[in-house]
Write a protein that binds this ligand. Structure first.
Ligand code: BES
Ligand code: MN
Ligand code: ZN
Length: 505
């Protein structure tokens, strides 16, 4: 989608007037650009009882050359960024290209800058389809090819235009990162496997002078002794790799900067501890942590962020085979700590053990990992929120707030010593990869990860753990029926949260 702003002038093929509850007549500027006859018809429709401004209400008025749509968004007093974003997203789903592609959204009386930007953002985020493998059946795809992308013009009073233009341009740039994360998440596992992810990351970096991507292939993983990633990935013909992202590598050279780590299991069969068949296809999304990291770097780059940021994605395919790792195995991880494997399906934590330890070597200001880590997190929070664990109250609050602002809720969950004790109670290794019972499975997983966060020296000379947060996105990476910004499939969750977090400090 092409999004720009403009004055109340042209009407486009489709003219959308979002109106608040209680609207009694056509707001000022509604009919600018329409013929006299059309104006009269539109004003009459607006004044009728058919228009109340109730949320989701649609009133179409057909005029020559332009379809005018009044779109109810509910009470003006309760216009939150979420309501406006959702309204924009839902509005897009109501449009059909049969009436043209030149869409004008006219923000008349009562619209505030933030809400207008959020409405436009909702439309932009929702304008996404993963149809690259539909050669025959997709009419939307055919339509898109024939008629081209939507052209959106947001019209507002001239005092808002400059700021609105900046805001929309920025939101659109971030959305390219969200859409990239969705693209990666939606790719089937036979098309996107670890090496392919590495190839795409290298291709993305090519020609961008302020980004670097490095891929550690299977051989390099061996020479670096990254046994956590190796153990999980060795059962597949598609061997594992680690991918390193660096934005502005030469900036802030004497400062600590964030490092974002992603779980990238391109398919999770469970391995030798094989999963049941139902919905196993969804395990192609098990690399969404790595998709979010990639999308985040795209979003940061597209918005011209000048700070330095590191990213690490741990890529592997978890397959059962003669070469696969087994329950009972002991892994010598990159950290030097050993893991007793009690279930090969608890694989995300094994790869993250290496990724987190590596992140600690980069002397980061903080580490955040994202992982579709546990079914237990979906049991706890459903599809409405990601689980958020942190060893640092300030970091936890900042992530929570950034998530709230973007309507990507991250809900605080407990890191408790008892869970750590449970996970460090192996009889034969340092850490076990399974709790002693099912209970609190998302918490024991977080407690496991904490064992691989390094310490650093604070200003007072004391050693303490690097500020770290873990986001379990098992419920939010796909499957939320209530997420208006996405039709189905991968959501691109937390690209916007992390973009806000990183760029607002
Ligand atoms: N990728 C899964 C977690 C998952 C399951 C995400 C369903 C989204 C939907 C993870 O690797 C896994 O299999 N976790 C196990 C852990 C268990 C063996 C301790 C789980 O949640 O059952
Ligand atoms: Mn698993
Ligand atoms: Zn998994």
């Amino acid at each position: 989608m092409d999004a720009t702003v403009g004055k109340f002038e042209e009407t486009g093929d489709i003219l959308i007037i979002p109106v608040f509850k209680g609207v009694e007549k056509a707001p000022n500027n509604t009919t600018t650009g329409l013929s006299r006859g059309a104006s009269i018809a539109v004003k009459a429709a607006a004044a009728s009882e058919a228009l109340t401004g109730k949320r989701g209400e649609l009133l179409h008025v057909w005029t020559k050359g332009c379809m005018v749509v009044f779109y109810g968004v509910g009470k003006s007093s309760t216009q939150t960024h979420k309501a406006a974003r959702d309204a924009g997203a839902k509005c897009l789903t109501k449009l059909s290209k049969n009436h043209g592609t030149d869409v004008v959204v006219r923000f008349t009386s009562g619209w505030k800058l933030e809400a207008m930007a959020a409405f436009a953002e909702g439309m932009i985020l929702r304008d996404y389809a993963f149809d690259k493998y539909q050669n025959q059946s997709s009419s939307t795809k055919k339509n898109k090819a024939e008629k081209g992308p939507w052209k959106l013009t947001c019209q507002a009073s001239s005092r808002h235009l400059e700021k609105l233009s900046d805001a929309i341009e920025r939101r659109a740039a971030i959305a390219t990162g969200v859409h990239l994360a969705r693209d990666l998440g939606n790719e089937p596992a036979n098309k996107l496997y670890p090496e392919e992810y590495g190839i795409r990351a290298l291709a993305w970096a090519k020609g961008k002078d302020n980004v670097e991507v490095d891929v550690w292939d299977y051989e390099r993983l061996h020479s670096e002794k990254m046994e956590g990633v190796i153990a999980v990935g060795k059962g597949s013909i598609h061997k594992p790799c680690m991918v390193f992202f660096r934005l502005n590598p030469r900036a802030q050279s004497d400062e600590k900067v964030p490092c974002i780590v992603g779980k990238g299991i391109t398919f999770d069969t469970g391995g030798i501890s094989l999963k049941a068949g139902a919905k196993m296809d969804e395990m192609k999304f098990d690399m969404h942590g790595s998709a979010t990291v990639f999308g985040l770097f795209q979003g940061l780059h597209a918005t011209g962020y000048e700070g330095r940021v590191n990213g690490i994605t741990c890529m592997a395919e978890n397959m059962p085979s003669a070469e696969a790792y087994r329950p009972g195995d002991v892994i010598d991880t990159y950290s030097g700590k050993t893991i007793e494997v009690l279930n090969t399906d608890a694989e995300g934590r094994n790869v993250l053990a290496d990724g987190l330890w590596k992140a600690g070597e980069l002397n980061p200001s903080y580490i955040i990992d994202l992982a579709t880590l546990t079914g237990a997190c979906v049991v706890a929070l459903g599809h409405e929120a990601s689980g958020l664990w942190s060893n640092d109250d300030g970091l936890r609050e900042r992530i929570q707030q950034a998530g709230e602002s973007e309507d990507e809720i991250a809900w605080p969950m407990p890191l408790m010593p008892a869970f750590e004790k449970e996970m460090t109670g192996s009889k034969i290794a340092d850490v076990r990869n399974l709790g002693t019972a099912r209970w609190g499975g998302a918490n024991t997983a977080a407690a496991f990860l904490k064992q691989f966060v390094q310490e650093c020296e604070g200003e007072d000379g004391e050693m303490s753990q690097i500020p770290w947060a873990h986001l379990d996105i098992a419920g939010t990476a796909w499957g939320a029926k209530t997420n208006a910004t996405v039709a189905h499939g991968a959501t691109g969750v937390h690209v916007r949260t992390l973009h806000r977090l990183i760029t607002s400090n």
